[in-house]
Design a protein around this ligand. Structure first.
Ligand SMILES: Nc1ncnc2c1ncn2[C@@H]1O[C@H](COP(=O)(O)OP(=O)(O)OP(=O)(O)O)[C@@H](O)[C@H]1O
Ligand code: SF4
Ligand SMILES: [Mg+2]
Length: 309
């Protein structure tokens, strides 16, 4: 069963008096229990996708379905019900908490909002804290009184408090030290086993995505350019942009084709072209005039490139 399905979602923003498309026709779905990675360089639109799913950002066009229900334009109670199914963990845990509330109160607030009786909240908060590897006494601390890693654990406790079916982690470990990052990854891994939650795991770090995700979506300038089983995509990357990402993660990869010069591309010249053509060593005439659509290479692998073969 599909927990989440996006069909052709789009978003444009205004920047320097110019309208540019930050997300340009993204479609994908996540099955129950599945962990899907969304990877791509800074500014490619990953957070905008997450913000549209959680309705922090309006969608210009396209549809979003949660458990088969169209939530693209839902409001009021329907929107609240949607948050029962989907929760999000952000990059900066301290900023995601109200600085004037103790961590326990912030977590308790979510429980109360979703119907937990007053008398059960304290005990539930403590159980949640223990579940994410914190002492129950942490409930009495303010966000600025704990370490970044502890605060992110508390943010995860708050996100799983109402047992959502999908957890969106947007760069949830990238503000943390490497060793703390590893501990949070371990926690996410364990929670996944314990709860059968689905994940949309957003990161610019392909190595992290590889460590936890069943499937990966590679995003480049607002479009999904490659998608498939994580291992298949990493071992048989078919899109030149994915190869570029891989080369930055595994710099000693012997194939010189993988070292593509990183030329910045101008925003705004879009239209019917591959958005990677200015940086692509395989670019042909067709690439400048026709948008490559995401097509099947095999059962476990899709790519949006005219010359992937
Ligand atoms: N509210 C906004 N108004 C104008 N432009 C925006 C807004 N939100 C995002 N953008 C722009 O949209 C593009 C995509 O941004 P987004 O935050 O989704 O990228 P990202 O892939 O999450 O990047 P990062 O890895 O740095 O977090 C960027 O060019 C960004 O500057
Ligand atoms: S469509 Fe053309 S420009 Fe785009 S990635 Fe493929 S070969 Fe390169
Ligand atoms: Mg982001």
């Amino acid at each position: 069963m599909k927990v989440l399905e996006l069909t052709d979602i789009k978003k444009t923003f205004w920047k320097n008096k110019q309208c540019f498309s930050a997300v340009d026709g993204v479609s994908f779905s996540i099955e129950k229990g599945e962990c899907v990675g969304l990877v791509g360089e800074s500014g490619c639109g990953k957070s905008t996708v997450a913000r549209m799913i959680t309705r922090l950002e309006k969608t210009d066009s396209g549809e979003i379905f949660v458990n088969g229900e169209n939530v693209t334009r839902c409001k009021g109670k329907a929107l609240r019900d949607m948050y029962r199914h989907i929760q999000m963990v952000f990059q900066n845990p301290v900023d995601s908490f109200n600085p004037r509330l103790k961590l326990g109160s912030s977590i308790g607030e979510v429980l109360a909002n979703f119907g937990t009786p007053r008398g059960e909240i304290k005990q539930k908060v403590e159980r949640l804290l223990v579940q994410v590897g914190l002492e129950p006494a942490m409930a009495m601390r303010y966000p600025h009184e704990v370490s970044g890693g502890q605060c992110q654990r508390a943010a995860i406790a708050r996100a799983i408090a109402i047992a959502p079916e999908l957890l969106i982690c947007d760069e949830a470990t990238s503000a943390l030290d490497v060793s703390v990052q590893a501990q949070i990854m371990e926690l996410l891994f364990r929670l996944r086993k314990e709860t059968q939650m689905s994940y949309l795991f957003i990161s610019h770090d392909l190595a992290l995505v590889q460590s936890i995700c069943d499937r990966v979506l590679v995003m480049h300038r607002g479009r999904i350019v490659e998608a498939g089983d994580t291992r298949e995509v990493i071992e048989h990357a078919a899109h030149p942009y994915t190869r570029l990402l891989l080369a930055s993660v595994f710099p000693l990869h012997p194939d010189p084709q993988w070292k593509i010069p990183d030329v910045p591309t101008a925003q705004g010249e879009e239209g019917d072209a591959c958005r990677f053509w200015q940086r692509c060593p395989s670019c042909g005439e067709l690439c400048r005039t026709e948008r490559p659509s995401l097509r099947k290479l095999n059962e476990r692998h899709d790519v949006a490139c005219h010359f992937a073969e």
